[in-house]
Design a protein around this ligand. Sequence first.
Ligand SMILES: Cc1cc2nc3c(=O)[nH]c(=O)nc-3n(C[C@H](O)[C@H](O)[C@H](O)COP(=O)(O)OP(=O)(O)OC[C@H]3O[C@@H](n4cnc5c(N)ncnc54)[C@H](O)[C@@H]3O)c2cc1C
Ligand code: FES
Length: 371
Amino acid sequence: MSGTEIPPPDWDAEVTAAGEPPLWDPDRDDRLVCRAVRQETHDVKTFVFSGHSPCRFRFKPGQFITLDLPIDGATVNRCYTVASSAARPHRIAITVKRVPGGPVSNWLHDHMVPGRELRATGPMGSFTPAGRPLTKLLFLSAGSGITPLMSMARTLDDLALDRDVVFVHAARTPADIIFRAELDAMARSGTGFRLAHLCEAAGDEGQWPGYTGRLSLPMLRLIAPDLLERDLYVCGPTPFMAAVRAMAQDAGVDPARYHEESFNFEDLADSAADLPIAAEPVSVEGFTIEFTKSGRTITCGADTRILEAASAAGIRLPSSCARGLCGTCKSRLLSGQVAMNHGGGIRQREIDQGQILLCCSRPVSDLVIER
Ligand SMILES: Cc1cc2nc3c(=O)[nH]c(=O)nc-3n(C[C@H](O)[C@H](O)[C@H](O)COP(=O)(O)OP(=O)(O)OC[C@H]3O[C@@H](n4cnc5c(N)ncnc54)[C@H](O)[C@@H]3O)c2cc1C
Ligand code: FES
C-alpha cells in the first residue's frame, strides 16, 4: 500500500474495548439500514433495521424512535415504537399498521425493502417499566398498540426475569392478531406469562376459542382476578384506551400503577400519561417572527412558544407531539435567537446547524424562520 492510500473501513475499529460495537448515536450517523421485512398480518409489517455501520441500540422497552422520511419532496416525521427486545441490541424492529390514506405507513409498506436506508432519531419516551421495581404486570393492548407491550414481553422473556405477566390483546378478528404465534409460544414456554386474546368476531376462522366481544370489567376481572395487585400498561386506539381507563378507575386501580401510551399525541393532554403539558397563556406582544415561506409575520411574547403563537395567529404549522419529542415541527432559524427546551426530538448536530423545534422554543429576539 502506498503512503497516500486510505485503508478501507475496518469493522474492528468500531468495536469498543469490551468487544462490542459502539452505541448507535444519531448525532453522529442517523442512518438505519433495513435488513428484513416481515408480513405480520394482512395490513401489518415488521421492518428490521441495523445501523449503517455496526452498532448497538440502547433503549428501554416501550420507547419509540422518530423516522425522517423523504416523501413527495418533503421530509415527514413519524414516531414508531421499537417492538423488538431491548436485550437484543444489534438490531431494532418496528411494526407498522397500514393506515388508510396515511402517507407514512403506506410509504413504509410500499417502499421499505431490505437494503434501503432511512434516517431516524431517538430512542425516547417514558412509557416503560424499566427502572421501576419488577412487579406483577398486566399488559392491555389493541391493534397496533401491541408494539410497546411486545417489546416489554420480549425483553422480559430474553432476560429470563422472574416475571408475572398477564397479556391481554384485543383485535378485530383472529387474523388481525399481531405476533399471535410468538405470543402463543411465549405462553406455552413456561410459567409467569398468561395470554388472553380477545376478538370482536371470529372472522374467517369460523370458530374462535378465545374471548369474544369487547373488553369489559367483568371480563378483565375474570382474566386477572388480582388486577389491583398489578401494574397496568395500556396502549391502543383512543376509544380502547378510554374504556380501559374507565374500567381501571371503576375497579379502584391505584393511578400510580396505571401507565398508558397513545399513538396520537393529542390524546395525552387529557390522559394520565407520563408526560405533563404546561397550560400557558399565549402572549402575542413582544418579538416579531417572520415566516419566509408563507410570507406571514406575527408577534410572540418571550413567554410563549412559537407554535402556539403561530396557531393563535391562524398559521397552521406541522406539529404532532407539541412536547419537543417527535421532531415534526423542526424548522430552520434563519436569524435571531430562541430559548428551546426539547425532549429529544432534535439532534445536537441539527441545533448546531440552526434548526429549532417550534413547539418548545420561545423567542429571545426577533426571528426569521424558514416556514
Ligand atoms: C409514540 C408513538 C408511537 C407509535 N408507534 C407506532 C407503532 O409501533 N406502530 C404503528 O403502526 N404506528 C405507531 N404510531 C403511529 C405512527 O406514528 C403514525 O401515526 C401511523 O403510522 C400513521 O401514519 P401515516 O402518516 O400513515 O398517517 P397519518 O396521517 O399520521 O394518520 C392518518 C390518520 O390515522 C390515525 N392513525 C394513526 N395511527 C394509527 C393507527 N396505528 N391505527 C389507526 N389509526 C391511526 C391518525 O390519528 C390520523 O387520523 C406511533 C405514534 C406515536 C406518537
Ligand atoms: S411537534 Fe413534536 S417536536 Fe414539535
